[in-house]
Ligand binder design. Structure first.
Ligand code: ADE
Length: 394
């Protein structure tokens, strides 16, 4: 670490940052006071006094911000950008206004509200945690207890503790890494253990220096609005006087670029198999196991086959009970990217006789009513397939 504000100066820098944040923050739904907070009006620029509160003692004063809304927004913001999250967040809060209403929901309802955000294990974890929090009568405020909840890692625990309870707990996300890398002139990313520790130590110093909720969210906001990846607006930056990169003119080179994870192309077929069953038209769906691509997400079966004969062989070996099905190619091609997989799938259709293939489907496969697809399919990939199939399916 070469420069940047040292202990005595971190406080001055953190104060400059929170003054900037109070004046310049975007109005976002999770920043509004909530009905139960006891705080009226305006955005929550100033936290209530928290004298004596420490990271490990549960605080007695009301939360600065609703922990439930903080938690849901932070989890959603790990999935996608702010502009997209606003709509999801508002709909979510209409449907599940508090942790108790979420705790009472069915998993299918939760997955439906999450549909399109991706990474569905997050939505499942959210439900597990809501049930635990509701059963214990509310959110814990300490980092340690928050970390014990499913789906809550270092970042989210720090965000809830600081943004909701104003406890001096650090957070670190991509925005903060960029800001700290520039302010301190650190030409590395938090990859190795020591590198991570260097960033977390700085994050801790900032959270301890001044009002933690304001400082942490101010750092995020600075990274989003001013200290942007390209063309940072250094002239408008409240940290310009403290910034090593600004002094050295190195802001465009910091932080160093991430080594890109090689993307994997998946070429093959996705099969829509229909039969008329007890519930009318039924569709064959598959739930991939933990070690498979799209783990845990209901999808149409996907086969890594280069051509139709290859598909027919793969189909017969996966589903011997349906070996007689005639697989017919359709013109649709589904292109879709999830994590580092880039799918390019041709669509094939199979029509089976009434009740055919009901008895001994292999593990993971199931017949589901066509009319339920909108509810059952939550991942964008099978949703795209369903749309491509058009009215024949519905
Ligand atoms: N990104 C992560 N958390 C955020 C927040 N609370 N506000 C804006 N952007 C964010």
């Amino acid at each position: 670490m070469s420069a940047g504000p040292r202990a005595e100066n971190v406080r001055a820098a953190a104060e400059a940052l929170s003054a900037w944040f109070a004046a310049n923050q975007r109005e976002l739904p999770w920043r509004r006071p909530y009905a139960g907070s006891g705080f009226a009006g305006g955005m929550l620029a100033e936290a209530p006094a928290q004298s004596g509160a420490s990271a490990t003692t549960a605080i007695k004063t009301p939360p600065r911000r609703d922990p439930y809304r903080t938690w849901i927004s932070e989890i959603m913001l790990q999935q996608t950008q702010v502009a997209t999250v606003i709509g999801y967040f508002n709909r979510w809060m209409e449907r599940f206004p508090d942790v108790d209403s979420l705790a009472r929901a069915q998993e299918s309802e939760v997955l439906e509200a999450w549909a399109g955000l991706g990474y569905y294990s997050r939505a499942r974890n959210v439900l597990v945690t809501a049930r635990e929090v509701s059963a214990r009568g509310g959110f814990p405020s300490s980092r340690e207890e928050l970390l014990g909840l499913k789906g809550i890692g270092e970042y989210t625990a720090g965000a809830i503790a600081s943004l909701a309870f104003d406890l001096p707990e650090p957070i670190l996300d991509g925005n903060l890494v960029r800001v700290f890398s520039r302010v301190y002139g650190m030409d590395f990313l938090p990859d190795a253990k020591e590198q991570k520790a260097a960033y977390w130590d700085i994050a801790r110093a900032w959270a301890l220096a001044h009002k933690p909720g304001l400082v942490n969210e101010g750092l995020m906001e600075l990274g989003a609005l001013v200290c942007s990846p390209r063309n940072p607006a250094c002239d408008a930056c409240p940290l310009a006087a403290f910034c090593s990169a600004r002094a050295a003119g190195s802001q465009d080179r910091l932080p160093p670029a991430k080594a890109r994870k090689q993307s994997v192309d998946v070429e093959g077929y996705v099969v829509a198999a229909f039969r008329s069953g007890a519930a009318g038209l039924e569709v064959l769906l598959y739930t991939p196991g933990k070690e498979e691509r799209l783990a845990g997400l209901l999808t149409f079966p996907i086969f890594d086959a280069g051509d139709l004969p290859g598909l027919r062989m793969a189909w017969k070996s996966a589903l011997p009970g349906l070996a007689s099905a005639a697989l017919r190619p359709r013109t649709a091609i589904i292109s879709h990217g999830i994590t580092h997989h880039r799918y390019r799938l041709r669509v094939a259709e199979a029509r089976l006789g009434a009740r055919e293939g009901g008895a001994d489907l292999p593990a993971g496969y199931t017949w589901a009513p066509a009319g339920e697809m909108h509810r059952l399919l939550v991942s964008s990939l099978p949703r795209k397939v369903w749309e491509a199939l058009g009215p024949i399916a519905g």
